[in-house]
Design a protein around this ligand. Sequence first.
Ligand code: M6R
Length: 612
Amino acid sequence: MCGIVGYTGTGEAGRVLVEGLKKLEYRGYDSAGVALHENGRLIVTKAAGSVADLEKMLNDQYQAVRVGIGHTRWATHGPPTDLNAHPHSSASGDIVVVHNGIIENHRSLRRKLGEEAGYKFRSETDSEVLAHLIEHCYDGDLLKAVRKAMSQVDGSYALVAACTREPDRLVCARKDSPLIIGLGAGENFVASDVPALLAHTRRACVMDDGEFASLTPGKVEVSGADGKLIKKDILEINWDIEAAEKGGYDHFMLKEIMEQPVAVRETLRQRIDSASGRVDLAEFDLPPEQLRTLEKIYIIACGTAYHAGLIGKMVIEKLAGIPVEVEVASEFRYRGPLFNTNQLAIVISQSGETADTLAGLRLARSKELPVLAITNVVGSSVSREADLVLYTWAGPEIAVASTKAYVTQLVALYLVAVYLGQTRNILDPGLAAGLVKGLLGLPGQLKEVLSDENIAKIRTYCNHLVNWDNAFFIGRSLDYPVAMEGALKLKEISYIHAEACAAGELKHGPLALIEEGAPVVVLATQKAVLEKTLSNVQVVNARGGAVFAITREDFDDVERQVDSIFYLPAVNDILAPVLSVVPTQLIAYYTAVARGCSVDKPRNLAKSVTVE
Ligand code: M6R
């Protein structure tokens, strides 16, 4: 859950590291630090706080330094303090490490290094043990020492180590946490993610689990645990640097909300044959006979991705006739699911690094279920461990609150549902043609939803919401998971407690909380249950709740029954969630802004949750 950057070359290492760490703050941001090679020593500067605080501490004093490592942390073992911040140094100060992951046997290693070798520990972190262990194993070659040390370690790690005696060399190791090597001319880089590299190079290679790398300014060598060199594929990264930055918006979240039309268009690209009306998912490469005989699908995900899964369930069941169970990944493997042949697992993860989701994926694979991953990050752990991968082409999502990744996850699930329905010859061709046309129309409709006029409407509503400590989101059928997503988004970034409720469930308890003026957002986009939803709204009205309705322009009976209204373009019921979630995102965003909250980096949360 941390961000790592390493640099060896002829440029200003301190600046490269700080700029790189800024791009990785989405991975964690409670403390930051760097270690820079200077006159035969590794000088560590670190503190609790942001990368901007670190930058002030460094105050340009390391301009002449050419090699170093940096880290931005999201606390797991030990609170966010100066001492617990990375980098961590060995007893002599000769070895310095930055680490992302968890060392599961750190206690026994601590005991061993403390009792048998007299090492003294300064921090409460599991990571510090690595610095001492590598020093303990060091015999003149940092790569050999790291390899020997990591053979004694259980857990997950992306590790970069530096040594005073090998001043232009960095050594990296990876298991279950991402690490990408950026290749430059006379300089090389390593980082947890691509945005940290983009300002310097577009040539990169992704380290795999169990690999080690040695970086000097002129050479990168990747090897296995046995020391044998491994030839890596070089990727050309074609992300625009602008895509990883805010592009003129006040926050990444707003930029990412506005990017949704493009994200959806990209995710649909080349997956629909509009002439035949068929969905063509080359990535879903299972024999048609296997798809025809599927008896059950498990969808495994967390948070927002789980909410996408809830919609996926309803849509796959309806269009493809396959029963689907949606599982919160952190519960899935502990509840003893009943596996069988003829099942498929779909894991959904924006980052592709979520520990719980990855564990669910591994469980499904261990039971011989084929696993289809829906993820946004090429080269992520999920993408590499799944049997099949369907990428959402949302582009990098930096804000902790997921928006554009969510709508692309929905689109990917629609594509899967139509594809399965067509392959199994279950889906009515007329319905399929309507859905395909509807999918292709979504980017244009999203643009309409994001018009200035609509945004002004949302801002007016937020003036009311901003003063409340509790809010309610209600809906039926496909509107219910959207209500759940809207509530999650509001609490995540505005810190207003928000509860999602199946509209028909209000009367079974939550209604007791509705008082005069209480904010209630009703999702009313499903024709089949519209009347029922509106009767639930009447019950709220009778208690004085202030109802904001998100509905469709072809539903003309809603306006007179609510306090304020947001119209979506007319849309197929099944596809409505892609549009209806957008006003809920905007409600969360503008309420958080009005409350002065840290929108892109909400308190206590991180973008990529790589611990259980
Ligand atoms: O990267 P993932 O999609 O696996 O992340 C799952 C959740 O942690 C994530 O969706 C989280 O709920 C978001 N911050 C919500 O906006």
